[in-house]
Design a protein around this ligand. Structure first.
Ligand code: ZN
Length: 209
């Protein structure tokens, strides 16, 4: 068997097999790529096609992130660094990064028991992206027995945005905008969940192909 061919064509758009996961996951953290909303991060075509996952993998390599060798060999072997488990492209395409069993590298202090999901963009997302997120999140919650509710600062279980994990400086039990270390993912995950996971007004970009 030509292992080189197998390694160069990982099933990136497929869901990883969810069996045998023994890492307890209690938190799903939503991120953005902090790239201009109009950029898709796809480039080239055919065999030269580079996807948003390839792009992020390169940035994370440059930042010194490295996946464990054994884990990388088992899943998405062409990705050596990417810190996220899932990436949602501007066209709504779902890409996998690290396997859910692998500890991610996406949020200081909370990697061990979380999954990291990255939306391509900064603060405005296409209807296709919103649809993919709304479709996948309940399934991830079910698969990992994570409650589909906003993870409050006092009770870090559920779903939240990266910015919601900023330190609660004044100790009032709320992470307010003046306390955000980053703006990521550029919208309120609490509002989005409260709205039944419908696209969030003021954060909707034109559709792209
Ligand atoms: Zn983030």
């Amino acid at each position: 068997m030509d292992t080189r061919t197998a390694a160069s064509s990982p099933a990136r758009n497929a869901e990883p097999v969810e069996t045998g996961i023994n890492r307890p996951i209690t938190l799903i953290v939503i991120h953005c790529s902090a790239t201009p909303n109009e950029r898709t991060l796809f480039s080239g075509s055919g065999r030269e096609l580079r996807t948003p996952v390839d792009e992020i993998d390169k940035w994370h390599f440059d930042r010194g992130f490295l996946r464990g060798a054994a884990a990388a060999q088992r899943f998405n072997p062409s990705l050596r660094s990417i810190g996220y488990h899932y990436v949602i492209a501007r066209n709504g395409g779902l890409f996998t990064g690290r396997h859910p069993e692998e500890v991610g590298a996406h949020v200081a202090g909370y990697n061990r028991n979380s999954l990291g999901v990255c939306l391509i963009g900064t603060d405005s997302y296409t209807p296709a992206q919103w649809a993919t997120l709304a479709d996948c999140l309940p399934r991830w919650c079910t698969a990992h027995r994570v409650e589909r509710r906003f993870a409050t600062p006092a009770w870090r279980e559920g779903v939240c945005g990266h910015r919601d994990l900023s330190p609660d400086k004044n100790g009032d039990g709320l992470i307010t905008p003046n306390e955000f270390i980053k703006r990521c993912p550029g919208f309120s995950v609490a509002d989005w969940l409260r709205g039944g996971m419908a696209p969030l007004e003021g954060h909707i970009s034109p559709e792209v192909r």
